[in-house]
Design a protein around this ligand. Structure first.
Ligand code: FAD
Ligand code: FES
Length: 260
């Protein structure tokens, strides 16, 4: 884990209310793994006491560049959205466990709900490098809230759903799951709690006993395992989302205990 004052290289609104920020942070990219996150100090002069957590969207060890994809939902993300080229941003990370790709899993299914795509692009790149076949199911409420196609790593097979039918198949991203359940050997997902709960309710998933991992994006305090503000009861006892997670197996989560 490193704390760095990174230089912002670009900050673009790539979907309405969703920004992609790129920064130079070679010390962090050198260690980063898909599914890990950074705690970002938002605001000037300790304006907000708590750092905000964001998944590592991409990390390039050759260029030392790191990117975050975030939705503007409150004060911290509003401040972050206003950063300009050459501004400095204080990053702490990489933190958390990250996804673990099963060596024998040749076909990987990724399921992203909205900005839940954030940790899955880096994961797709890693899986493709390992020679896996990757299919990404991407869902959003409307076409304009879909992650741009040109940013999806080349070689990733992808299908889209929108709730209003303005692009791809009309419906929820989890509606596509039955088509892929017999193809895939492992599933990694990130999205709203409702999406994860729908995944858990899929009877076919339970029958096939697939290894399903997901990123749990609950509210964090310190982000480094000290405050116990992110404690979660699981089937394997109490865990801290920030230090034991944020990647958990779907089956170990007691959904009634998850508080966003
Ligand atoms: C491990 C991890 C990785 C994350 N990765 C990403 C990411 O890649 N991209 C991204 O956009 N967001 C991500 N989040 C969520 C992100 O941290 C919050 O959206 C952010 O902290 C909100 O900060 P704020 O100051 O703008 O909002 P606040 O002013 O703190 O809150 C504004 C509103 O947002 C809600 N909110 C705050 N935190 C969360 C949360 N964790 N989940 C859902 N709603 C929340 C609050 O309930 C409130 O309604 C991640 C969270 C975790 C724990
Ligand atoms: S957020 Fe402090 S222990 Fe996890």
């Amino acid at each position: 884990m490193k704390q760095v004052l990174a230089t912002v290289l670009s900050n673009q609104e790539i979907m309405p209310g969703v920004h992609l920020i790129q920064a130079e942070a070679p010390d962090i990219t050198a260690e980063a793994r898909p599914g890990q996150f950074l705690m970002v100090r938002c605001g000037q002069d300790y304006e907000f006491i708590l750092r905000r957590p964001f998944s590592i969207h991409q990390a390039n060890t050759e260029t030392g560049q790191i990117s975050l994809l975030f939705a503007i939902v409150g004060r911290g993300t509003t401040w972050l959205s206003q950063l300009k080229k050459n501004d400095k941003v204080d990053l702490l990370g990489p933190l958390g466990n990250g996804f673990s790709l099963e060596p024998e899993a040749k076909n990987l299914l990724l399921i992203a709900g909205g900005v839940g795509i954030a940790p899955l692009i880096f994961l797709s790149q890693q899986a493709l490098t390992q020679g896996k076949s990757v299919t990404l199911l991407l869902g959003a409420p409307t076409a304009e809230q879909l992650y741009p196609k040109h940013l999806i790593p080349e070689g990733t097979n992808y299908l889209i759903t929108t709730e209003d039918g303005s692009a791809g198949k009309k419906g929820l991203v989890t509606d596509l799951l039955p088509e892929f359940i017999h193809w895939c050997h492992q599933i990694c997902a990130c999205g709203p709690v409702a999406m994860c709960q729908r995944l858990q309710a899929q009877k076919q998933l339970q029958k096939k006993k697939l290894f399903v991992q997901l990123s749990l994006e609950v509210r964090l305090g310190c982000g480094i395992g000290i405050c116990y503000g992110c404690s979660l009861e699981t089937r394997h006892g109490q865990k801290q989302v920030c230090s034991d997670g944020p990647i958990f197996e779907l089956d170990e989560i007691l959904w009634d205990e998850v508080k966003i």
